[in-house]
Design a protein around this ligand. Structure first.
Ligand code: GN1
Ligand code: MG
Length: 356
């Protein structure tokens, strides 16, 4: 089954004329689909090794986008541009399973938007902060416990530590001996790994509907005005902690290097970019946060970066079974990069607390 035929199983308007790989995701496969009549769509193959119950992912996205559209209309916004629109398959479901049991879905393409890459301007960071903050604010009335957990324990950092320790013990590919220094560095950063789970258990922190994958490339800005339009990649919208969304925006947007940059001398945290993201985020989401949530935002930058460093290292030790990799040491390069960023965050933490 080729991708062209797959596109034909969705209710596209017009005749498909072109399909090309699209985007930078490292879990799903994404294609841009164009029709002769000038309509554009995004076709995605959902990675069912990662999302074991993809129908549940779709149910979450159907409900969240419907809810967002109501909020957007109430705010006199454009419901076709300010959130994603799923395109149904021929049978009416929002997905299609092909004969090889691969799971597909389609969205309308939002024209004249692009995601902010690296290095980004302060205004792009500000707009990206607005986009993610607005997303959380608009979903603050959504019944949080009614969502499926699309990946169990996704941002349970304590569980991520356990998985990392297990990967070290198993040492499935004999790689441990080559990364001893990196493992030692990581072990020295673990002190705060359980901060958010502890605060939650003590009843001091709510779980809200959050995005859970707020890399800056998941916020779409208008290519002409530069204004925040929409948040994409809704696969992991689930109950979670706002500080992780906040932190992941800064981890990806305020680092001067991409997360897989091998030259560690380029890995630096820009306080200006962090402040610009924080300003946008707080302008939108500030009003829904409790005092303790707000106080813990800077810790979110540290803990989510620690979690990401552990996840890349875990995958490297396990033999690259989770993330897509472009070359054999890719996960190790990513892990080293995130360890360097973590050290940067640690050094600049007092300043980060001041500006947030
Ligand atoms: C994955 O596929 P993508 O790029 O949207 C991952 C995120 C990581 C990110 C790191 C479901 O996201 O959690 O932060 O890579 N998504 C999943 O680049 O694991
Ligand atoms: Mg994602």
């Amino acid at each position: 089954m080729n991708v062209m035929t797959t596109a034909g199983h969705f209710q596209v308007s017009g005749e498909v004329s072109d399909i090309k790989p699209f985007g930078t995701g490292i879990i799903n496969d994404t294609y841009r689909v164009d029709t002769r009549e000038g309509n554009a769509y995004l076709l995605q193959r959902v990675n069912t090794e990662v999302f074991k119950k993809p129908e549940e992912v779709q149910h979450n996205i159907e409900r969240v986008t419907a809810y967002l559209k109501e909020q957007i209309i109430r705010e006199n916004g454009d419901p076709m541009r300010e959130t994603l629109t799923l395109i149904p398959a021929a049978g009416g479901e929002t997905w299609y399973r092909d004969e090889q049991d691969r799971f597909w879905r389609m969205y309308a393409f939002i024209d004249h938007t692009s995601a902010c890459g690296q290095p980004a301007s302060l205004n792009e960071l500000y707009e990206t902060g607005l986009a993610f903050g607005r997303f959380e604010r608009r979903l603050s009335g959504f019944p949080v416990d009614s969502l499926h957990e699309t990946i169990p324990a996704f941002h349970d950092t304590v569980d991520r530590v356990t998985q990392f320790m297990l990967a070290m013990d198993r040492d499935a590919c004999g790689r441990k001996k080559t990364v001893v220094l990196e493992l030692v560095s990581l072990m020295q950063c673990m002190d705060r790994a359980d901060l958010f789970e502890k605060e939650f258990e003590a009843g001091r922190l709510p779980r809200r509907v959050v995005h859970n994958d707020t890399k800056t490339s998941n916020a779409l800005l208008d290519t002409v005005s530069g204004r925040a339009i929409c948040v994409c990649d809704l696969d992991t919208v689930m109950p979670g902690f706002v500080a992780y969304d906040f932190g992941d925006g800064i981890r990806t947007g305020a680092s001067e290097a991409a997360e897989d940059e091998p030259d560690l001398s380029k890995v630096a945290l820009s306080l200006e970019k962090a402040a610009a993201f924080a300003q946008g985020y707080l302008e939108e989401a500030g009003g829904i946060l409790t005092e303790n949530e707000r106080k813990l935002l800077p810790d979110g930058i540290y803990v989510i970066t620690l979690e990401q460093a552990m996840r890349f290292m875990t995958d490297y030790l396990n033999g690259d079974v989770y993330y897509k990799t472009a070359y054999p040491e890719h996960n190790l390069v990513r892990a080293r990069n995130q360890i360097a960023l973590l050290q940067e965050i640690q050094e600049r933490e007092a300043d980060l607390r001041l500006i947030i």
